[in-house]
Design a binder for this molecule. Structure first.
Ligand SMILES: *Cc1c(COP(=O)(O)O)cnc(C)c1O
Length: 460
C-alpha cells in the first residue's frame, strides 16, 4: 500500500478554543516582561490601548487563561477553509535522499493564501461587536491587508490599508485583491498622515517600511472616533488566534503516529510560527517532550533574532506604540527590499523573543538566493509554489533533513508552510533570471538604528 501522505481532520474536529502559551511560560519559570508606556516607562495600562483596540482584544492581550473560547460566528467563517491539511512531503524526502520524515502544515488554502485570516476574522468580529465602523491597518507584502479586507467584508466593516510603497509598486495584484473585497489602499509613506508627511519631507524617495506604515494606521485610528487599529502579528492576541494551526497540527501528527523532533517556521513578527509551535512548546516547557527542538527562520537582510538585541523598543517608526520587550534591530531600521515582504519587520513577538533568549528556541537567517533555491526544490517535489516568506522555513527544514542524512539518523521535521506564492511571480521571475542581489546586511546600519532604541534597564 502506498504510504499515507495526507492527514485530514473532519470538520467537527475544528478547535473550539484558542491556546494561550503564557501560563506554560510562567510555570516554567520564565519571566515575561510587561510592555511599557512610551513616556513614563511604567507598565502599560489598558486605557492606553483603548483608543486603538476593543476591550475584548485588550483582555486577550493580557490574559492568563490557558484556553479562550472561539466565538461561534468566528468558527462559522473558519469553516470556509479550515481545518487545513497536514502533508508528509515524501517526494521531497526522496529528492533529498534523507532518512528524515518531513511533515508540513499548509495554511495556503484560505482565499488570501496565508495563515493571516485566522486572526483577521477574529479581530473584525470583536471590533464589530464593539460598534466600530472602520479598521485601519498596514500591510507589507499585502497578505495581511488581503486577510483583513476579506474579514472586514464578512463583518460589514470598512477597511483602510497603508501598504508599504515598495510592495504597492511590486505587487499590484495584492492591491487589487484588497480592493476586490472593498478595502481602500494607500501607498505608505503618504501625505494623508503627519507620520507619513514627516518621513516624506526627510526622504522624498522613501520606499516605506512596516514600521512607517504602522505609524500611519495608528495615527488614523487614534484621531478618528469610529476607527480602530488592527495589527496582523507581534501582539499576544494575534499569536493566540493563530494557535488553531498548532492545535490542528498536533492532532494530525498524532494521526500520523509521529512526534516532531524539530518544529520549523518562518518569523516576521512571529504569528504563524508561534501559532504552529506553541501547542508543542507547552509540552517542552512542561517537561513532556523536553528534547523537542524549535527553529525560527528569518532573512539575512532583516536578522532580528540572530543579530538584533533584546531590548524594550517601539513597534513602529513613529514611536507611537508601547515599548515591547523583544529582539529588535531598532525601530528606525529599514531593511533592504527583499521579496519576503512579510519578514521585513524590525522586531518580533515578546513571547517568542523570550523563548529564544532563554534557549528554548533556535534561530537561523538565510540569504534570498538560498531561500529561493529551497522554494524551487519544494515546488518541484510537492507541487506547491511557496510564499517567499514560507520558503525560509523550507530552507530550514531542508537543512535539517540534510543534517539528518549526514548523521544517518531518522528525524521527524514539522514545517510550517504559512502560505502560497501565487501572487509572488515577480519574485520568482527575478530569481529565475538571476536578478536577485545578495543583499548585504550592514553592521553600520544596525549600529545607527540601534542608537535610537530607548535606554530602559530590565528590572524597571
Ligand atoms: C505575513 C506572513 C508571514 C510573516 O508573519 P508572521 O507574523 O511572522 O507569521 C509569513 N508567511 C506568510 C505567508 C505571511 O503572509
Amino acid at each position: 500500500m502506498a504510504e499515507r501522505t495526507r492527514f485530514d481532520l473532519s470538520p467537527d474536529e475544528l478547535p473550539t478554543a484558542w491556546f494561550n502559551i503564557m501560563p506554560a511560560i510562567v510555570q516554567a519559570g520564565l519571566q515575561p516582561l510587561p510592555p511599557l508606556h512610551p513616556g513614563t516607562h511604567e507598565p502599560v495600562t489598558p486605557d492606553l490601548l483603548a483608543p486603538l483596540f476593543p476591550m475584548a482584544l485588550i483582555e486577550q492581550e493580557v490574559s492568563t487563561e490557558e484556553w479562550i473560547d472561539i466565538p461561534g460566528a468566528v468558527l462559522d467563517i473558519y469553516r470556509l477553509w479550515r481545518t487545513t491539511p497536514l502533508y508528509r512531503a515524501t517526494r521531497l524526502e526522496q529528492a533529498l535522499q534523507t532518512p528524515a520524515r518531513i511533515y508540513f502544515k499548509y495554511e495556503g488554502t484560505s482565499a488570501p493564501g496565508s495563515h493571516k485570516p485566522n486572526t483577521a476574522v477574529a479581530q473584525a468580529y470583536y471590533n464589530k461587536e464593539a460598534g466600530v465602523r472602520r479598521l485601519a491597518t498596514e500591510t507589507g507584502a499585502g497578505q495581511w491587508g488581503s486577510a483583513l479586507a476579506m474579514a472586514c467584508r464578512f463583518f460589514d466593516l470598512e477597511c483602510l490599508v497603508y501598504m508599504v510603497k515598495a510592495s504597492y509598486e511590486q505587487k499590484p495584484y495584492r492591491r487589487v485583491f484588497m480592493e476586490t473585497f472593498g478595502a481602500e489602499v494607500i501607498p505608505s509613506p503618504s501625505s494623508t498622515t503627519n507620520a507619513g508627511k514627516t518621513i516624506l519631507e526627510a526622504h522624498p524617495d522613501s520606499t516605506g517600511s512596516l514600521g512607517i506604515a504602522i505609524s500611519e494606521a495608528i495615527e488614523i485610528a487614534a484621531t478618528n472616533e469610529d476607527t480602530n487599529y488592527s495589527l496582523g502579528s507581534v501582539l499576544n492576541h494575534v499569536l493566540l488566534h493563530q494557535s488553531v494551526i498548532g492545535l490542528e497540527a498536533k492532532r494530525q501528527m498524532e494521526l500520523a503516529g509521529e512526534r516532531p523532533d524539530v518544529v520549523v517556521g518562518c518569523v516576521g513578527g512571529g504569528s504563524n510560527y508561534s501559532g504552529l509551535a506553541y501547542p508543542f512548546m507547552a509540552d517542552r516547557l512542561r517537561g513532556v517532550s523536553p528534547d523537542m527542538r524549535f527553529l525560527a527562520t528569518e532573512p539575512a537582510a532583516c536578522p532580528t533574532l540572530t543579530k538584533g538585541r533584546f531590548a524594550w523598543d517601539f513597534g513602529d517608526t513613529g514611536k507611537m506604540t508601547p515599548l515591547l520587550p523583544m529582539y529588535t534591530l531598532g525601530h528606525d531600521f529599514v531593511p533592504a527590499p527583499v521579496h519576503a515582504g512579510g519578514l521585513r519587520y524590525h522586531g518580533d513577538a515578546p513571547s517568542l523573543s523570550l523563548l529564544v533568549r532563554d534557549g528554548h528556541m533556535e534561530a537561523a537567517a538565510y540569504s534570498q538566493n538560498a531561500v529561493f533555491e529551497a522554494a524551487l526544490q519544494f515546488a518541484h517535489a510537492q507541487g506547491i509554489v511557496p510564499a517567499p516568506e514560507s520558503a525560509h522555513a523550507i530552507r530550514g527544514a531542508i537543512d535539517e533533513a540534510v543534517a539528518a542524512r549526514e548523521a544517518g539518523e531518522e528525524r521527524v521535521i514539522l514545517l510550517g508552510l504559512s502560505g502560497h506564492g501565487d501572487f509572488d511571480m515577480q519574485a520568482y521571475d527575478d530569481y529565475l533570471n538571476g536578478r536577485l542581489p545578495e543583499v548585504e546586511f550592514r553592521q553600520e546600519d544596525l549600529d545607527e538604528s540601534m542608537a535610537g532604541v530607548p535606554e530602559v534597564s530590565f528590572g524597571g
